[in-house]
Design a protein around this ligand. Sequence first.
Ligand SMILES: [Zn+2]
Length: 231
Amino acid sequence: MYYGFGFDWTFILVIIGAVIAGLAQMNVTATFNRYNKINSRNNVTAAQAAQAIMDDAGLNNVRVNHIQGDLTDNYNPSDKTLNLSDSSYESTSIAAIGVAAHEVGHAIQDQKGYWPMKLRSMFVPLVNLGSTAAFPIIILGVVLGMNYTLIHIGIYLFSLILIFQIITLPVEFNASMRAVNILTTGNILSQDELPAVKKVLFAAALTYVAAVLSTALQFLRLVLLFGNRRD
Ligand SMILES: [Zn+2]
C-alpha cells in the first residue's frame, strides 16, 4: 500500500536518523558543559591558547575573532579567520581550549594544503545546490504524476549532501588529531588535562558521524521509495 510521499512506512528511517543526530548533539553539549566547568591549570583563555598555538606554528596570517552563539566555533579558510564563540572565546576551561585547538587544527590543514580540506571546500557549491534543489525537484516529480526523470535528478542531488558529509569526516577527525598532538607537546595544558580534551573532541566528532548516518538513512528511504522504477 502506498500512502504517498511523506507519510509512508519508510518515514521511520527519517525519524531514526533524526534521533541519532539529536542524541549525538545532546552528548556533545553535555560533554562540553561537563568539562567547561573545569578550568585549565594555566588559566589561559581559549582565544589566548589559539593565538599561542598559531604563533608557535608560524600561522601569522590568521586572525582570531569573537563570534556570537554557543559551540558555533569555526575556521574560515576564505578570509583566514579563526572564529571562537561566546562559549569558548573568553573561557579558560579545558573544554574551550580543546575546541579552540581543534579550530587551529583546521587552520594548520589550510596552511599545509591538506587535500581532503581542499576537496571539501570545492564541494561546498555542490552541497548548497543539493540542499536547496533536491527535495523541491523530487516533490515536483511526484506532483507531475511520478515523473521519474525529475525524481532521479532529485535523488542524485540529494546524494551530493551525503558525499559532502563523508568527505567532512577525515577533515574533522584530522583536525582533532592535530589538536591533541599540539596540546600533548605544548605547554598550554598538562598531561592529566588531556583525557578531558579527547572526550570533548570525540563527542564533537560523533556528531559528524551521526550526520552521515542520518543522511544515509534519508537517502536509503528515497531509494526504497523511488529507486527501482525506470524513467
Ligand atoms: Zn572542525
